[in-house]
Design a binder for this molecule. Structure first.
Ligand code: ADP
Ligand code: MG
Length: 257
């Protein structure tokens, strides 16, 4: 398993946000985490990344998170948070190069492999032309692409992303999808919190979080997953087949079951 978790609870401050979660996410798969606002999706992702402690255990590639030396763990687990701040004065190239830090010895200059990974990542997110610009000067979508490039540059076996499509226009969403498919084809596990249900329905697996609990975990094409998705949003979405894909359409309140 790329990531597995078994926890009784996780809290932010004194507030219990997650309750009784057990999950296993295999390598070479893309899992989308969906659920209503405030359900606990970001909290769950932070627990999986080891950024928030929990009452339980998270394992990365079969080994408890706590058992990994930090530098080594950062090579295997790449993270893209929601509304990440910091690094505003850095150029996009240097931001993407941050993704290579876990591969480098302390204070060592970037190697040819580091530069190649960063170049490839900036191209994959269409951010190559932005490489000399400072992060703080970029639009929301441009910034998101640079942060995605940082994640891709790490070439980690597990990639965790919280609302990676935020601010991305449809062509760049398609680029993101291509990048995810490439990661998965290379054997990585991708876990993404997604707001966009239609994108989530293209993942291999869908994990539905509601009220801090795992309401469902199943294949994106399963009827049970579609029913659980509809229920998680109180019948305010409906999943339909459209041209060989599953599409979630919002329902007017008067039409909800
Ligand atoms: P989601 O990502 O599904 O929208 P979150 O995981 O961010 O939800 O939040 C889950 C719950 O935890 C929400 O009720 C939210 O209000 C609460 N929460 C999130 N961050 C904090 C925080 N820093 N302090 C207190 N409560 C928080
Ligand atoms: Mg969130």
């Amino acid at each position: 398993m790329a990531v597995s978790a078994r926890l009784a609870s996780a809290s932010i401050g004194r507030r219990r946000v997650l309750h009784g979660i057990e999950l296993q996410l295999p390598a070479g798969r893309w899992c989308a985490i969906v659920g209503p606002n405030g359900a606990g999706k970001s909290t769950l992702l932070r627990v999986l990344a080891g950024l928030l402690p929990c009452d339980g255990e998270v394992r990365l590639l079969g080994r408890p998170l706590a058992g990994w030396p930090a530098h080594e763990r950062a090579r295997h687990l790449a993270w893209l948070g929601q509304q990440e701040g910091g690094a505003e004065d850095l150029r996009a190239w240097d931001v993407a190069m941050l993704g290579r830090l876990p591969h480098r010895a302390w204070l060592a200059p970037p190697s040819a492999a580091d530069r190649a990974a960063v170049t490839q990542a900036l191209h994959a997110t269409q951010a190559w032309a932005l490489r000399e610009r400072r992060l703080g000067e970029l639009s929301g979508g441009e910034r998101q692409r640079v942060l995605l490039a940082r994640l891709l540059a790490t070439q980690a076996q597990v990639a965790l992303m919280d609302e990676p499509l935020a601010h991305l226009d449809p062509p760049h969403q398609a680029d993101w999808l291509a990048a995810v498919r490439a990661l998965v084809a290379a054997g990585a596990a991708v876990v993404s919190v997604l707001h966009e249900l239609n994108m989530a329905l293209q993942a291999d697996e869908v994990l539905i979080v509601r009220d801090g609990r795992l309401a469902h975990h199943g294949a994106s094409g399963d009827a049970a997953t579609h029913r659980a998705l509809q229920a998680a949003f109180d019948g305010r979405v409906r999943v339909h087949p459209v041209q060989g894909q599953w599409i979630a359409l919002p329902q007017e309140a008067s039409h909800a079951d």
